[in-house]
Every structure is written in C-alpha cells, then in structure tokens.
Design a protein. Structure first.
Length: 221
C-alpha cells in the first residue's frame, strides 16, 4: 500500500490482491494514524479490483465513521468506474489541480435535463448540464449532474451538482430538506439535519458550501 499526500487530499494506491483484506488494512492504518487522516479527503486507487455500488457504499460508511471523506475511487475496472459514477464519486483526477477533477462518462449514460415527475427512493439519475425537476426528489433518490440542479418541489434526496468539477454549479429547491449535497468536490457538512421549508439554494463560497434562504438573506454555514 502506497500513501501520498497531494493537493486536495491523500492518494492511497492499494497493492494487487483481494479487496476486503486491503480495505481492512487501510481502515486500520487510518485508525492508527488518526491525526494524519481525520477530517481529510482520500482518493483510493484500487487497480483492477471489481467493486459494486454496495461495496463502495459500505467503504464510504466505514471511512465516515473514522472522520474521513472518500474523494475518488480510481480503477481500471469498468464495473468499479460505473459504480463510482452512480454514487457521484470521482473516477478520474487531474494530476496538477484538484479543482479540475472530472468524471468521464459516455454521452449515452445521461438522461434529459427536464424531468416532469417525482424521483422515488432508489432512483439514481445522471444529467449533463443544468437540470430542472418539476416534482419532488424523494428521500433515497439521487441526482448527479455536471451542471446546476433545481427542484420545483421538495428536495429530500441527494444531489451532486457540478460532478465534472464545475464550482459554479448550484442546487436549489422550493423546500430544501436534502439528505446530502455535493458541489464539485465539496460536500456540505452540518451537525444537524437540513430542514428548510422555504425556497433555498446551495452554492460554493470561500471554498465551502453555504445555503441561502430566499427572502431572508440568511446564509447557513
């Protein structure tokens, strides 16, 4: 296992071999070097290892328990790349600048930008460019978009806007109650659940995500 600090986070390159022993070894290393890892972001190069969506989700939860954010999953495996993409995790990073990180996907993977229905629990939708949902984004539903995302209804699920590194992307809705918000490679961090039953919008300001509640000029940090 090779660990290198780099601009934007830490890159961990796993040795060839089975996934679970190496994952457990990485978690142990994080626990023993808590000061180095805690509160930081890591990208993990898993080589040719095939990982499913469930396996990556379990990995995210284990890292979260240790106070670490999964920044990217790098792999030569098409299965792993697709699983990472579905979860809104970077699958390719630029070598020089973490702000230029991008996800590479096929054009045919994307759906239309105008959605006139509710998105239900378990649905994961990929869109290219700014996206408008005329309906609700229910809890458990996910939108991953290269542009901004606006929900003309209740936003109760998860949104990753600007997934190709677009830091100007925004996330807005009439009722703002998301499970999770990510813009580019930034995740909104809050000690309490977001429950804003008014029109609101999230965007990046001073290198972190803030939420603006319309008509009140209130910023939530």
């Amino acid at each position: 296992m090779e660990i290198k600090g780099r601009k934007g986070g830490v890159l961990v390159t796993l040795d060839p071999g089975a996934w679970f022993p190496q994952k457990d070894a990485l978690i142990t290393k994080i626990q023993t070097q808590e000061r180095f890892f805690k509160g930081g972001k890591i990208a993990v190069d898993v080589g040719s290892i095939d990982l499913s969506v469930d396996e990556i989700e379990d990995f995210i939860r284990e890292l979260s328990d240790e106070g670490v954010y999964l920044w990217a999953v790098l792999s030569r495996s098409e299965m792993t790349q697709k699983a990472a993409l579905k979860l809104g995790i970077l699958s390719e990073i630029e070598q020089n600048d973490h702000r230029k990180m991008k996800i590479t996907v096929k054009k045919t993977d994307w759906v239309e930008n105008w959605i006139e229905r509710n998105l239900e629990d378990g649905e994961k939708v990929l869109t290219e460019g700014n996206t408008f949902v005329r309906g609700d984004l229910e809890k458990g539903a996910v939108i991953i978009s290269s542009g901004s995302v606006f929900v003309w209804g209740s936003l109760k699920g998860s949104v990753h806007a600007g997934c190709d590194g677009n830091m100007d992307a925004r996330v807005g809705s009439l009722r703002f109650q998301p499970e999770e918000i990510k813009i580019a490679d930034y995740r909104f961090e809050s000690r309490k659940k977001i429950d804003i039953r008014k029109p609101a919008e999230a965007f990046i300001q001073n290198n972190h995500i803030v939420i603006e509640v319309f008509r009140s000029n209130k910023l939530v940090n």
